[in-house]
Design a protein around this ligand. Structure first.
Ligand SMILES: Nc1ncnc2c1ncn2[C@@H]1O[C@H](COP(=O)(O)OP(=O)(O)OP(=O)(O)O)[C@@H](O)[C@H]1O
Length: 298
């Protein structure tokens, strides 16, 4: 089952294409990270997936083929919009009450226990909570709806490192409990710890999509003499970083691929991989795209 499937999905605002020809299938059971530079189309894609925006082209379904925005889709999705919004003038208890009344399913016991664990006072106005507490409140309310898919748009952007860590730990725990998660963020280091599926958007298009283990297994960092970097042609090169003596090449190669004499190959992490693609918007790593025939940076 795919928690989200997009085919030829596009969204245009006036003359600007916020998202173009987006074809994706995110399987259930993953914590999927959605990354990309400012303006790449992340919020647009998430808004289309939760039914807050209508496509200009193509289609998007969620939770095994349900049209995005349909009642049955909305019932299974919890969405926390950018900036983890809370009603600033309502108390925590009022927000709990409101959310319970607006939703068919709401696990009051879970919400109460979680807020107690987080030391969030029930009678405090939401606007008076710290940024970290507001984010945790929004996340608690979302999870208390017992969603099958949790969608989070840049939830940790404003949080300090400890609050960010705690927030991501709650999200990871939900994923461990079987909730599929789709989360956009610029904080690659946080995602490195928890994400097991990666989608990278660039200029409104999908640039990289796939299971993190597959992506890491099919890329290597080669280190060797800078003078020889231009001659390497065995495998497609995504990004070249030239220092004085040594060059670092992020290449599309597996552990069994030969390494040229004088060069060393190292596995890559998610942050390194993402940075290489972010620096080379023309390079792509997509399912079904053969390494040899793919567009890669020269
Ligand atoms: N309502 C809108 N009207 C006009 N243009 C829009 C609208 N929403 C988004 N856009 C444009 O579409 C593009 C993609 O925007 P989007 O907010 O989806 O990017 P993003 O990847 O979420 O960016 P960020 O990381 O800054 O949040 C941008 O060029 C943006 O200016």
């Amino acid at each position: 089952m795919n928690v989200m499937e997009a085919s030829g999905l596009g969204k245009r605002y006036g003359r600007t294409w916020a998202l173009r020809e987006c074809t994706l299938a995110i399987p259930a059971g993953y914590l999927a990270a959605l990354i990309g530079p400012n303006g790449a189309g992340k919020t647009t894609l998430l808004n289309l997936a939760v039914g807050l925006a209508q496509p200009s082209t193509g289609a998007v379904t969620v939770l095994g083929g349900r049209p995005a925005g349909s009642p049955v889709a909305l019932d299974g999705i919890a969405f926390v919009a950018q900036g983890t919004p809370v009603h600033k003038n309502l108390s925590v208890a009022d927000m709990l009450h409101l959310t319970r009344n607006l939703n068919r399913r709401f696990d009051q016991a879970y919400a109460e226990a979680r807020l107690a664990e987080l030391d969030i006072p029930r009678n405090r106005r939401a606007g008076r909570l710290s940024g970290g507490q507001q984010a945790q409140l929004a996340l608690t309310l979302a999870l208390a709806r017992r969603p099958r898919l949790l969608v989070l748009d840049e939830p940790v952007a404003m949080l300090d490192p400890v609050a960010r860590h705690d927030f991501m730990a709650t999200v990871a725990a939900a994923a461990d409990d079987g909730v599929s998660v789709l989360l956009s963020s610029h904080v690659l280091a946080d995602l490195e710890r928890v994400a097991n599926y990666l989608i990278l958007l660039s200029r409104g298009r999908v640039q990289v999509a796939g299971e993190v283990d597959d992506l890491l297994g099919s890329h290597r960092m080669l280190t060797g003499p800078t003078g020889e970097a231009g001659r390497y042609s065995e495998r497609p090169v995504v990004h070249v970083h030239r220092a004085e003596a040594q060059a670092h090449l992020l290449v599309r190669a597996g552990a069994d691929d030969p390494v040229p004499p004088g060069w060393q190959a190292q596995p890559v992490g998610l942050e390194e991989l993402a940075l290489a693609y972010l620096r080379e918007p023309a390079a792509a790593a997509l399912p079904g795209l053969d390494a040899e025939s793919s567009e890669v940076a020269k």
